[in-house]
Design a protein around this ligand. Structure first.
Ligand code: S3P
Length: 181
């Protein structure tokens, strides 16, 4: 993408919606750096997201998310792809920071795909429960409006291939940034 303005693309959406996979692919297509927030937080803390939840509770993890978003904004991060954690939209302050950081895309993925993808990986503390499906449906209901409020674009990924998702995002982002210097 041409121009000198802020050209960050920010991916939000529920756990297992493909934010990291799509982020990696956008990095390839755009040649931009890619930041995965969970990974960055783990690197900085020197421990896993699960260990942060265990030691500092969910609020401790959320503080780290807010702090990272503020630092990215303060350091004038540009031409970067950012994959967030699924709960980043919970704090009103974060929703504002996300929008100021760049073009926010909500990967809206059907619950069946979320269930399938999250069941393959047990690293998510919020899904370590007797009934992960019930937890997923409850959290999705609680968060849907927050993703909608945070995002410039809602992309329904049902039935789309990775390549189609990435091309769709790039077309819409070009249009969004077209009017900027
Ligand atoms: C969370 C999502 C996770 C991670 C943490 C909390 C959430 O990231 O940030 O386990 O609250 O939805 P992914 O969306 O990458 O799984």
């Amino acid at each position: 993408m041409e121009g000198n303005g802020l050209r960050n693309i920010v991916l939000v959406g529920f756990m297992g919606c493909g934010k990291s996979t799509v982020g990696r692919e956008l990095r390839k297509r755009l040649g931009y750096p890619w930041i995965d927030m969970d990974h960055r937080i783990e690197q900085e803390a020197g421990k896993s997201v699960s260990a942060i939840f265990a030691d500092d509770g969910e609020p401790g993890f959320r503080d780290r998310e807010t702090d990272l978003l503020k630092r990215l904004l303060a350091s004038d991060t540009t031409r970067t792809v950012l994959s967030t954690g699924g709960g980043v939209v919970l704090r009103p302050e974060n929703r504002d920071l996300l929008k100021r950081l760049g073009y926010v895309v909500w990967l809206d993925t059907p619950v069946e795909s979320i269930l399938e993808r999250t069941s393959r990986n047990h690293s998510r503390p919020l899904l370590r429960t007797e009934d992960p499906e019930k937890r997923i449906r409850t959290l999705m209901r609680e968060r849907e409006a927050l993703y909608a409020e945070s995002a410039h674009l809602r992309l329904d990924t049902a039935g789309l291939k990775l390549d189609e998702i990435v091309s769709g995002i790039l077309d819409c982002a070009r249009y969004h940034f077209a009017g900027e210097p």
